[in-house]
Write a protein that binds this ligand. Sequence first.
Ligand code: IMP
Ligand code: MG
Length: 183
Amino acid sequence: MSDKSQPKLKEYISEKKISGRINKLAKKLNKDYKDKNPIFIGILNGSFIFLADLIREINIDCEIDFLKLSSYGDEKISSGNVTLLKDLNCEIENRHIIIVEDIVDSGLSVNFIKKLIEDHNPASLRFATLLFKKDMSKLTFKIDYIGFKIDNKFVVGYGLDFAQKYRNLKAIKVLKTKNQTEN
Ligand code: IMP
Ligand code: MG
């Protein structure tokens, strides 16, 4: 007997594709930030696997810190309110900053982060995201390093969760719940 309330997972971006793309992004970052000793700032929790894989392909001097923002809770749609749950531990004034996100969806989180970081006068600020929902973003600025532009699907795995589940999956998968007929 099949349980219709069980979410279904369908592979969307394979492990191999992810690592190939990360190699390319890292090559560009190694070039762009040579002799700049940048600080990579991972946005918790979703970016932890992406950052871990990306940073191991970085061969220039660099530092790492983390920010944690409010999450979606157990919903798939953002509440629209972004708050800071964990601040930085490092000084970012006059430093080159690269924000590392798992996914840019509405763009509310990165808008919030941009303002937060700019208030501390970094030497430069750029954004890297593994995934970018191309039809959703209300962004007014450009994301500098994008892994994959994706359709408006709710995805999990490789650090991304639904209600804190599925972060451990090696590939990125589309999550369909019982009320969904498409996506
Ligand atoms: P935004 O503020 O709407 O751009 O959402 C950004 C954050 O929401 C991301 O950093 C993720 O943590 C979460 N998020 C957005 N879309 C998805 C998704 O498809 N799967 C899992 N998390 C998501
Ligand atoms: Mg996130």
